[in-house]
Every structure is written in structure tokens, then in C-alpha cells.
Ligand binder design. Sequence first.
Ligand code: AMP
Ligand code: ZN
Length: 111
Amino acid sequence: MDCVFCKIASGEIPSTKVYEDDVCVAFKDLEPQAPVHVLLIPRTHIASAADITPENSAIVAHIFEVAAKIAKEQGLEGWRIVSNVGKDGGQTVMHLHFHLLGGRSMAWPPG
Ligand code: AMP
Ligand code: ZN
């Protein structure tokens, strides 16, 4: 499948990985929107959060555990985790990913 994040997971495309295991990979975003901007992805191809099902939701729970671990390691005081879904959600890469953002104060509501 021609999917940039599948290729990052397999190592076919380089990335700056901060964590990986059998289920997920975390790597630095190419265009960071905060001092810490890490993307967490499942190794398996899931198109977006709209495709989370009872069969694959354990992967998402695991990714959130990993996100909390990374945030702690990075010494973040507070942080945000975001998944953009579809066109109106601002999703540009059609492989489920969670943005872990921190290291600055975050505005609410988001744009
Ligand atoms: P989204 O707009 O939520 O789909 O987020 C996609 C994110 O992937 C953007 O923040 C991009 O900067 C990031 N991105 C795209 N290609 C790469 C890549 N090869 N390595 C790291 N980050 C990437
Ligand atoms: Zn993929």
C-alpha cells in the first residue's frame, strides 16, 4: 500500500523515532507545531479514528499508554493529544495517528 506512515513503520522511509514496539511507532513530526511534537501510529494500517472498532481498539489504548510514557519522559507539565479525522478534521495522512504536543501553553478552542 502506498502509505507514508506504513513506510515509516517498516523503516522504508526514515524518521526520527522516539519509541517503537510491536504495536506502534512514535516519531518526530517533520513540521513541529510545538517544542515537542510527536506522532504516534499503529504499525497496522488503520485509516483514521473513524475506523476504530471493538477489534482494533486495544491498539489505541496501548498508544495512549505510550503517549503518557513519552510525555513523562519529555518532562511535559501539560500536553495535548489530537487526532484529525477526515477533510473537515484536517487529516492529511490517511493512516491513523495521534499528535502529542507539548512544551508550550495550548490555546482553546483550537482553530
Ligand atoms: P494530519 O494533518 O493530522 O494528517 O497530520 C499529518 C502530520 O504528518 C503533519 O503534521 C505532517 O507534518 C506530518 N508528516 C507528514 N509526513 C511526515 C514524515 N515523512 N515524517 C514526519 N512527519 C510527517
Ligand atoms: Zn498506512
